[in-house]
Design a protein around this ligand. Structure first.
Ligand SMILES: [Zn+2]
Ligand SMILES: [Zn+2]
Length: 256
C-alpha cells in the first residue's frame, strides 16, 4: 500500500495508553492477574483472532455455528479489533503480498509493517475498500454492527474487571492486549523479513502457530499452518479438537 503518512491521533492515543498500562501492570502483579493475562492471551489471541478472524473468517479454513462464531468475534474485539476491517486489510495483504498495494510490507519499512500501518490514515478506512474485500460481511447485520461498535465489548469488559478486581485487573488485560498485538504484528513484520513470507518457529511459538507464514501464503485456505509434525501450531491443535467435538466443520487442509 502506498504509505499515507497522515496520522490518526485517536488511534495513537489508544496505542500509547495501552502500552503505558502494559508497563504499569507488573507493579500490580498477583497470581490471579497472571491467570487473567494468559486467559486473554489465549482466548482473545488464539481463539478469537488467529483461529476465527484469520483462519476461519478471512480464509474460510473451516466453518462453525453462529453462536461459536459470534463468541469468537467478541473475544477478538477484546483486543480492540474491528473484524470487518481486519478481514479486508488482511485479504488485501494476500492479494498484493510484498508488492504495491500490500497493507503492511516491510518493503515500506519495518516500523510501517509492524505498527505504522495501524495508525496511518489509509484507504481501508473508506467503505468502498471494505466493500471490495469483504462484501458479504458489509451486508451482514452482525458484522456491520461490530464494525461500528467493536469498541463496546472492551469498554464493558474493562468496567467488569475494574468492578471485580480494581485497576490491577484492568492493567493485566491491557498488558495481554499489547502482547497479543505485538505477536500478531510480528507476523507482518518479522514474518515478511526481506520482503517475502517466512516460516519463523519463534513467531509460531509466541503467536499460536501463525509463524508458519510461508506455508500460509502457499495454502492460505488451510486451517493448518504448521504442516510438518515438528512445526508447532497450537491453533491447529485447537481447531482439530473443535472438529473432534463437532464444533467446527468443513476443515480445509492441503494435500502434501
Ligand atoms: Zn503475510
Ligand atoms: Zn492470511
Amino acid at each position: 500500500m502506498k504509505k499515507d503518512t497522515k496520522i490518526q491521533w485517536g488511534t495513537v492515543f489508544v496505542l500509547v495508553l495501552f502500552h503505558v498500562g502494559a508497563f504499569a501492570a507488573p507493579f500490580f502483579f498477583n497470581g490471579r492477574r497472571l491467570v487473567e493475562f494468559f486467559a486473554v492471551w489465549f482466548v482473545c489471541g488464539c481463539l478469537g483472532t488467529c483461529i476465527w478472524l484469520h483462519r476461519g473468517l478471512t480464509h474460510g479454513g473451516f466453518k462453525t455455528s453462529r453462536p461459536v462464531e459470534y463468541s469468537l468475534v467478541i473475544f477478538a474485539a477484546l483486543l480492540l479489533q474491528d473484524p470487518l476491517r481486519w478481514v479486508a486489510s488482511h485479504r488485501r495483504h494476500h492479494d498484493h503480498t510484498d508488492k504495491d498495494g500490500d497493507t503492511h510490507s516491510p518493503k515500506d519499512g519495518f516500523w510501517w509493517a509492524h505498527i505504522g500501518w495501524v495508525y496511518a490514515k489509509n484507504r481501508l478506512m473508506h467503505d468502498d475498500e471494505l466493500k471490495h474485500y469483504a462484501p458479504k460481511l458489509m451486508i451482514d447485520p452482525f458484522y456491520s454492527l461490530m464494525h461500528r461498535a467493536f469498541w463496546v465489548p472492551p469498554v464493558i469488559f474493562a468496567g467488569l474487571l475494574f468492578w471485580y478486581g480494581g485497576l490491577g485487573d484492568v492493567l493485566a488485560w491491557m498488558c495481554a492486549v499489547v502482547v497479543c498485538w505485538h505477536f500478531i504484528w510480528s507476523v507482518n513484520s518479522f514474518g515478511h523479513a526481506k520482503g517475502r513470507p517466512r516460516n519463523k518457529w519463534w513467531i509460531a511459538v509466541l503467536a499460536w502457530g501463525e509463524g508458519w507464514h510461508r506455508n500460509h501464503h502457499k495454502w492460505p485456505w488451510s486451517a493448518r499452518h504448521g504442516l510438518r509434525i515438528y512445526q508447532i501450531d497450537v491453533a491447529w491443535y485447537v481447531i482439530w479438537l473443535m472438529g473432534f467435538l463437532r464444533m467446527v466443520r468443513n476443515i480445509q487442509l492441503p494435500k502434501i
